[in-house]
Design a protein around this ligand. Structure first.
Ligand code: LLP
Length: 407
């Protein structure tokens, strides 16, 4: 068990929050979001850059406002995300629309709001260029390789539905020349949960090669995907080397080409995962010949990552932080499905050594700030968890401002 995860909530009494607001509750430390944003931004010496937050990882209104205040933009994947971002005051020039399965209506909406579409297929490219001659677009390429913590989140390479393959670049040229569309950006996103910076170097080299062909390119977007160490022995992504290497490539390109191309990044997980913890109460304890189960008042309807990818999330018994009594337990959710287990890997149950659990204890499921609430559902007709935000030591309930965009 890795008590270090508590450091992400230094000075915050999680037990008080669970008691005051009830469980299950997501708690987000906004100061941690700010810290990670600045860490990433400052790790890149290249000046002409912008970070676009991948809203799909967390659409909590206070997280979004925190990031907007820091001058972050938005990577949007739906017209709903665009509408929400604009209403929150993000400027259209700071939003890039990178959806998949994009209709002509979606594109009309995007263009009417002054947002650049990032185009990931020849079909879409042809429809946009034909219907909107002279338009500015970005192209999403598939650089023929991908990376990520699980097959489901690898978005580059031959099995992926994303991006335009390099072998189709001639088509891109033909279509954009025919309809006078301007390719102002080149983008790749190879996957999610990447702990090694080398794939970015491979990707950026390809993107810069394309920028040599399309002289109208104003920005290179290297996507999201930067991972975090969920497990104690996971590597830390080497931000320093990453920042230096990509800056060097960007500088060399700018010098050689005599144009200052902007660098865009689209992190989701890196900015918000560590800022979030899901607090739940143990509501049933059950012994079976094989295991001791602690069943909590939440499930994969609130945090789907363990069941969906076998993902590891640190679990700490917040009610017994100082206890020296440990035991092997299986933390299970309260949904009517066998797979609803938090302490699992891809194959199935993986018991965890945590502080001895009793009925009523509050468990913290850590690193839940990315792809936690944003992937939640009402399965079993359960309510969504509350969301509490903490800033400068003060906590308050966060409004569910996104609801009007989805109902
Ligand atoms: N840009 C694009 C085009 C994306 O598709 C994504 C994530 C990102 C940026 C942000 O990636 P990040 O920095 O967060 O890795 N539900 C999965 C992750 C799916 C990621 C989908 N795309 C999980 O819980 O691991």
């Amino acid at each position: 068990m890795n008590l270090k995860k508590l450091d992400n909530f230094k000075g915050i009494n999680l037990l008080d929050i669970a008691n005051e607001y009830g469980t299950p509750v997501y708690v987000y430390n906004l100061d941690k979001v700010k810290e990670n944003y600045q860490k990433l931004f400052n790790s890149i010496p290249y000046e002409n850059k912008k970070i676009l937050f991948a809203m799909k990882s967390n659409f909590n209104v206070d997280i979004l406002k925190t990031l907007r205040y820091l001058k972050c933009g938005i990577d949007a994947v739906s017209t709903e995300e665009i509408a929400y971002a604009l209403d929150l005051g993000f400027k259209s020039e700071d939003i890039l629309f990178t959806g998949i399965g994009i209709s002509n209506e979606d594109i009309k909406y995007c263009i009417s709001r002054g947002i650049v579409p990032n185009v990931g297929s020849i079909d879409l490219l042809e429809r946009i260029s034909k219907n909107h001659p002279g338009i500015n677009i970005s192209i999403r390429i598939n650089p023929d390789f991908g990376h990520g913590h699980h097959d489901h989140v690898i978005t580059g390479g031959p099995h992926s539905k994303f991006g335009i393959y390099e072998s189709y670049l001639e088509e891109v040229k033909r279509i954009t020349e025919k309809y006078k569309a301007n390719v102002i950006g080149v983008h790749f996103h190879i996957g999610s949960g990447i702990l090694d910076f080398e794939p970015y170097i491979r990707g950026i080299k390809k993107a810069l090669d394309i920028s040599r062909i399309f002289k109208t390119i104003e920005f290179v977007d290297i996507g999201g995907g930067i991972g975090i160490p969920y497990r104690e022995n996971d590597n830390n992504f080497d931000l320093e080397k990453f920042g230096e290497s990509i800056s060097k490539l960007m500088d060399e390109f700018s010098k050689a080409e005599g144009r200052n191309v902007k660098l865009l990044l689209e992190p989701g997980r890196f900015l918000v995962a560590e800022s979030g913890v899901l607090l739940a109460k143990v509501v049933e304890i059950k012994h079976t010949p094989l295991y001791k189960f602690a069943i909590v008042n939440t499930g994969f309807n609130h945090l789907a990552r363990p069941v969906m990818y076998g993902s590891y999330h640190e679990i700490i018994n917040i009610s017994k932080i100082d206890s020296k009594e440990f035991e092997e337990i299986v933390v299970a959710g309260n949904l009517c499905e066998s797979g609803d287990i938090f302490t699992r890997n891809e194959e199935g149950i993986e018991p965890r050594r945590i502080q001895k659990v009793e009925y009523g204890d509050i468990l913290g499921i850590f690193d839940a700030g990315a792809y936690g609430y944003s992937m939640a559902s009402h399965y079993n007709l359960k309510k969504f968890p509350k969301e509490v935000v903490v800033k400068d030591g003060y906590h308050r309930l966060s409004e569910k401002a996104y609801l009007k965009y989805v109902l």
